[in-house]
Ligand binder design. Structure first.
Ligand code: CA
Ligand code: CA
Length: 359
């Protein structure tokens, strides 16, 4: 049997992430437990005590989103009391004149603990910060109740300076769904009252930048000179939430997956869709695309790195392809329940996706 080492799996994960124009990608490839303690210094605690932000097993998935289904994810809770934690991750400082894009996946399982629909500013669970600040928050992603207990509203408060209230989306969003959020902060130069932030929920990707779901400009001045931290907040009125796949970049494409294609290439890019459904119980249709024609190998490995099933092994054309896997190994036997890795290799590149088989 061929062996696929854990190192090869990690390399495959990294190869799946486009780099052009990207500043930071956070897939939470840390062990389960306290985020700050287990992140090797990537995440820094800056406020609160008692109840720490947790890394949990598995990832959020979102079709076509590059930072989907890689590593683990984090959980925050509505603490309903004094125990809390705020933590940030530093990224390369983005100066005045920059466009700072931040994309992320999130799921709100229920609306327990979040502020009422009548709240002016709600509470926030994600924000940006200047390079050395733990208090001058920009772009606080805020949440409050929607019109029913299974709906919520999202808003952006561009600055904490008095006069800048949260601007709320007109849409309501549903509990239990994984959403893609994108924030774009335009650090317009010359002036402390001229920045603009745009916000999208579930924009179509890949594609060009669509009109935002909301747009807010600084009303009372204290625009940042630079942005260099992303903060996650867990507190009394923050939501129960799962967060994953945070990407920071300077262009729409760098955080949503377009800019990964080298210039001059065809529209097709090298990609492997997350396995759906996941867990798989009967069969799955595996979709992928090739940027160039060539030798292709698509195979399924078990958690020990043993190759179980060969789905494709031969030359294929550029563009989209699809193959079904009926959960059988190369000998025709049904594979046992468990975790598997689907690995696509072509033209010296690899992408690996995780699949759970549960009958
Ligand atoms: Ca992840
Ligand atoms: Ca400004």
């Amino acid at each position: 049997m061929k062996k696929l080492s854990l190192v090869a799996i990690m390399v495959a994960f990294l190869a799946a992430i486009p780099a052009l124009g990207q500043v930071m990608t956070e897939n939470f490839e840390y062990s389960v437990g306290d985020l700050v303690a287990g992140s090797g210094g990537n995440w820094v605690h800056f406020s609160g005590s008692g109840l720490n932000i947790q890394v949990s097993e598995g990832s959020l998935s979102y079709l076509e989103y590059p930072a989907s289904d890689v590593g683990n994810k984090i959980e925050i809770v509505s603490t309903g009391g004094s125990s809390a934690e705020d933590a940030y991750r530093q990224f390369a400082s983005q100066p005045v004149g920059s466009e700072v894009y931040v994309s992320f996946l999130f799921t709100i399982p229920n609306t327990t603990g979040i502020p009422a629909d009548t709240s002016t500013n709600g509470d926030y669970f994600l924000a940006l910060l200047p390079p050395t600040s733990t208090s001058s928050f920009a772009d606080r992603l805020s949440i409050k109740m929607g019109s029913t207990s299974s709906d919520f509203r999202l808003g952006i408060r561009i600055s904490g300076v008095a006069g800048n209230s949260t601007v709320w989306s007109s849409s309501e969003y549903s509990t239990g769904i994984t959403y893609l959020g994108v924030i774009r902060h335009s650090m317009n130069s010359s002036g402390t009252t001229n920045d603009t932030t745009r916000f999208w929920v579930n924009p179509a990707i890949p594609g060009s930048e669509p009109a935002p779901d909301l747009i807010v400009s600084t009303a009372a001045g204290n625009d940042p000179d630079s942005l260099a931290r992303i903060a996650i907040r867990q507190g009394s009125n923050t939501p129960n939430a799962t967060i994953d796949g945070i990407t920071v970049g300077n262009t729409w494409g760098s955080v949503t997956g377009v800019a990964g294609s080298p210039s001059g290439s065809t529209n097709a890019r090298f990609s492997l869709q997350p396995v759906t459904p996941n867990p798989v119980s009967k069969s799955t249709q595996i979709q992928y695309s090739l940027q160039a024609p060539g030798r292709v190998n698509l195979a399924v490995f078990n958690i020990l790195g043993q190759q179980m099933a060969t789905l494709v092994d031969g030359n294929q054309t550029a563009g989209s392809h699809s193959v079904s896997w009926r959960l059988r190994d190369d000998r025709g036997s049904m594979v046992p329940n468990g975790v598997y890795f689907v690995k696509l290799s072509a033209n010296g590149q690899n992408i690996t996706r995780r699949a759970m088989v549960v009958r």
